[in-house]
Design a protein around this ligand. Structure first.
Ligand SMILES: Cc1ncc(COP(=O)(O)O)c(C=O)c1O
Length: 379
């Protein structure tokens, strides 16, 4: 496409629900017989949890994970699938979690007591998964006291303990010893519990990196977030081929011939060394374009790679249009996605910013219009 389709938004993120569904199904096929929890925390990394959950539910997703209670309620109101809170629990959240049958993380004995007491009060059962810290150092029952604490938790009334889980600290690096250590600790704990006569239906540990780099960590269920969008960490293996589901585009707002010696943008960090066609694109760091892209990345116009020149500002970036002599105002400018034979990816932006892809996706600002391309009927 050359001219951008009409849109009132200056920058638009197209989210292909069909490729998210296909990615989900590929992940599911790869990890079976393990189940797949689709992790949609932080509003599906800022992409929109409800439309994405709808597409995933149509594709057969059987569980969703979120960070906190508010996110859980949003999904619980619309979906019959079990919803897991993954990231701890506050005392004030307990009653509502129990009432709404949200699956709660028990990351210490005190939380188990709150849940048990509340479930007794409501004359129901609290649904829980026990969270063990095998080395992440963030949340969960420290593994060295888990066996004893879990035995105490299981004596509390009105808890329905369906699962046990932990989280990796460094699974994006397949060569780092830490992940094998965490797997060993988790497996050892399950063995010890089993010798005590305790077995939970669902043990789960792996996130996307875990699935890709450590197949032995798939246990009964995996929890995948970033891979749903066809995005991988910059390090590590790829256990499957996934389709990129996100494209970010803007529009050429102006095209001007500027003379040699003219400087571009704040800080005058680029000086034209010859007369140049310079384009201005209404997309800046407020929209999530990394400041690090200043003088260091490109966009695609009519399939040609046009370098970003000068410093990215809040609302704009400037490009050198020399590679695309035919560019005209109103042309589509691709920041992420395909144009002709070329493709720019979220991973490319992560490399430029020297960060990980989560940071790029979660940094897309509120001005970016989210457009959902239709899902497929996959069942
Ligand atoms: C506990 C937990 N499990 C799974 C995930 C999903 O991670 P990923 O997007 O790397 O698949 C996350 C996200 O950070 C998480 O916090």
């Amino acid at each position: 496409m050359q001219k951008r389709q009409h849109s009132s938004a200056r920058i638009r993120l197209e989210i292909s629900l069909k490729s998210i569904q296909q990615n989900f199904l590929r992940i599911q096929r790869t990890v079976q017989p393990a189940k797949v929890m689709a992790v949609l925390k932080a509003d599906a990394y800022g992409l929109g949890a409800v439309p994405i959950a709808e597409a995933l539910a149509d594709a057969g997703a059987s569980r969703f994970g979120v960070a906190g209670l508010r996110e859980a309620i949003t999904l619980k109101k619309r979906f019959s699938q079990p919803i897991h809170v993954l990231s701890g629990l506050l005392e004030g959240e307990v009653a509502e979690c129990v009432r709404r049958k949200i699956i709660c993380p028990v990351s210490d004995y005190r939380i188990a007591q709150w849940l048990s007491r509340e479930a007794v009060r409501q004359r129901t059962k609290a649904l829980v998964h026990i969270k063990v810290d095998t080395g992440m150092g963030r949340l969960g029952i420290p593994h060295f006291e888990a066996r004893e604490t879990i035995q105490r938790i299981l004596k509390l009334p009105s808890l329905e303990t369906e699962g046990i889980f932990s989280h990796f600290a460094n699974a994006n690096n397949p060569r780092h010893a830490k992940t094998r250590e965490q797997i060993g600790i988790f497996r050892g704990l399950l063995r010890e519990l089993e010798s005590d006569g305790i077995r939970f239906p669902l043990a789960h540990l792996a996130n996307s990196d875990g699935i890709n780099n450590f197949p032995e960590a798939r246990f009964d269920m995996v929890r995948t977030g970033i891979n749903l969008y066809g995005v991988f960490d910059l390090l590590g293996f790829r256990a499957y081929k996934l389709s990129p589901s996100l494209s970010l585009n803007s529009v050429l707002l102006s095209r001007r011939r500027l003379p040699a010696g003219f400087t571009i943008g704040y800080g005058c960090t680029h000086t034209l060394f010859r007369d140049t066609w310079v384009g201005t694109v209404p997309a800046g760091y407020a929209d999530g374009v990394p400041l690090a892209a200043s003088n260091s990345a490109s966009v695609l116009i009519r399939g040609k790679e046009c370098p970003i020149i000068g410093r990215v500002s809040m609302d704009y970036l400037a490009v050198d249009l020399t590679p695309c002599a035919k560019a005209t105002v109103g042309d589509e400018v691709v920041l992420v996605g395909k144009s002709g034979k070329r493709q720019l990816t979220i991973e490319d932006w992560a490399r430029v910013k020297q960060t990980h892809p989560y940071d790029i996706i979660c940094s897309l600002g509120p001005r970016v219009e989210r457009v959902y391309l239709p899902s497929a009927s996959t069942r």
